[in-house]
Design a protein around this ligand. Structure first.
Ligand code: KIV
Ligand code: ZN
Length: 523
């Protein structure tokens, strides 16, 4: 999308793969990161922060895979203000079309005293040294004054002035702990713009966290006061309460262009798809009432509202669902629908580039579903298609599941499983049907994994809806997510567990663990 010439362009810096991946319980593998990055590229973000390469060899490899895959966005890596981190980003971004580094150093009194144990002067010297070193390798350097929101304003001006003088391209102002309110945060940008010499040579960026629920409001206040770039994540995922939700900022700017006079160049129609993908691969379910991307964001429940919308949509609808690429979710196909209608529906839903093989597989799954479910909705079709977009080696496969439940007896599950040793079967008991299934699969797979999380949701409406189950399995310090869908929630549960086992086997070949990453201390 092009910006209207009288509108100011706001650059979008996406950190779903770095700050977003710091959400508790989220651990994306390389393939998943690449898939998200390619979708972010379609969405049209300007910059993708792909990770923190110094955290582990696995992180470095994942950033490198993203750097090589993405062609139409700048790919960035995060580094503390130390040479070894900057070297790791340099290594990771080899092969990138438009590489850039993001270095950070804390500046607030609390961080200086307790974390860095540095005086102001030492902070300035450390920042200078790091920027100079980074400039040897990179034409584009972003510098972040971590915890800028709680930094003395005159010191923040000093740090910014130094970064400008040393030749960075972007200075980022993070509200690291989500402490700011829009008036205060906006004032920081106004002051920097008005007082720092040479500020017009660089871009100013806003990076907010949502601890007090003000991340989007603070980011918009920054934009109103001169920020050129907004940082955030899809669905607002991230450390603690999360980061600014990029889709919220983009839609606020687009819907209230009259007020903000600024626009992103995002392809807004890719928002729904990007949100679904991030939710599915991270396992972080989007709450129904979440702005823009929540399931109820466009639902009108009260009679008065429904009546108004039927008479004239704009009475209660400020954004059309179509703006973010949501399709009408009425009944679309049934068991008599043919391949041609199915293919047309896929194109309509945005799956226009499937190979003949993928199309055949999807059509087979659709026919199976249509046999079990009278009305196949758009959501059902999307769920079927997105089930296996990331190909992982199938070490285990569910061949058969028989569950016996009686409210007066112990549930049992008989499972037949394909394993590297051949097809095996067993029957197990459990304190519930899901427990019995997981006991059986666990004993057949002989993988000692712990179930760390289990979530279930319905894909569409009605008692015959597809159920979608997300699980997280831990083996040692390596975690893997799994997803399963079926019209039967017990089958979906079994599929999710087997999917996670396959991903766990795959992950163990890729040396990337949560512990490596979390053990990195911040300078
Ligand atoms: O929130 C924060 O301060 C960060 C920095 C690394 C930019 O994420
Ligand atoms: Zn952050």
């Amino acid at each position: 999308m092009r910006v209207n010439p009288i509108m100011r362009k706001i650059y979008v810096f996406d950190t779903t793969l770095r700050d977003g991946e710091q959400s508790p319980g989220v651990n994306l593998n390389t393939q998943e990161k690449v898939e998200i990055a390619l979708q972010l590229e379609k969405l049209g973000v300007d910059r993708i922060e792909a990770g923190f390469p110094a955290a582990s060899p696995g992180d470095l490899a994942a950033v490198n895979a993203v750097a090589r895959a993405v062609k139409n966005a700048s790919v960035m890596g995060l580094a503390r203000s130390v040479e070894k981190d900057i070297d790791a980003v340099y290594e990771a971004l080899k092969g990138a079309e438009d590489p850039a580094i993001h270095i950070f150093l804390a500046t607030s009194p609390i961080h200086r005293k307790h974390k860095l144990r540095m005086e102001k002067e030492q902070v300035l010297e450390t920042a200078q040294r790091a920027i100079r070193y980074a400039k040897k390798h990179f034409a584009k350097v972003e510098f972040s004054a971590e915890d800028a929101g709680r930094t003395e304003l005159d010191f923040l001006c000093q740090v910014t002035e130094l970064a400008v003088r040393e030749g960075v391209t972007v200075v980022n102002i993070p509200d690291t702990v989500g402490y700011m309110n829009p008036q205060e945060f906006g004032n920081i940008f106004k002051t920097l713009k008005e007082t720092v010499p040479g500020i017009e040579r660089i871009q100013l960026s806003a990076h907010c966290h949502d601890d007090l629920g003000m991340a989007t409001a603070n980011s918009l206040a920054a934009i109103l006061n001169g920020a050129d770039q907004v940082e955030g994540t899809i669905n607002g995922i991230g450390e603690r309460a999360g980061n600014t939700a990029l889709e919220e900022v983009a839609l606020a700017l687009a819907t209230r262009a009259d007020f903000f006079g600024a626009q992103t160049t995002l392809n807004l129609k890719e928002i729904a798809k990007t949100s679904r993908l991030v939710s599915r691969l991270t396992g972080m379910v989007v709450p129904g009432n979440k702005a823009i991307v929540g399931a109820n964001a466009f639902a009108h429940e009260s009679g008065i509202h429904q009546d108004g919308v039927l008479k004239e949509k704009t009475t209660y609808e400020i954004i059309s669902p179509d703006t973010i690429g949501l399709k009408d979710s009425k009944l679309v196909l049934g068991k008599h629908s043919g391949r041609h209608a199915f293919r047309e529906k896929l194109v309509d839903l945005g799956f226009e580039n499937l190979t003949e093989e993928q199309l055949n597989a999807a059509f087979g799954k659709f026919k199976d579903l249509a046999d079990r479910k009278k009305e196949v909705s758009n959501e059902d079709i999307i769920a079927l298609l997105e089930e296996k977009l990331v190909e992982i080696p199938e070490v285990f496969a569910l061949e058969q599941l028989i569950v016996s439940f009686d409210s007066h007896a112990t549930p049992t599950a008989k499972v037949r499983l394909k394993t590297p040793q051949g097809v095996v079967e067993t029957t197990s008991e459990g304190n519930g049907s899901v427990d019995a299934i997981y006991q059986a699969i666990g004993s057949l797979a002989q993988v000692e994994a712990i179930l760390d999380d289990y979530m279930i949701k319905s894909v569409s409406d009605g008692t015959d809806a597809l159920g979608e189950v997300h699980v997280v399995l831990m083996k040692g310090d390596v975690s893997a997510q799994g997803r399963g869908i079926s019209t039967d929630i017990l089958e979906a549960s079994a599929r999710a567990y087997v999917d996670a086992l396959n991903r766990l086997s795959d992950k163990r070949n890729a040396p990337r663990s949560r512990k490596d990453r979390d053990n990195v201390t911040l300078v």
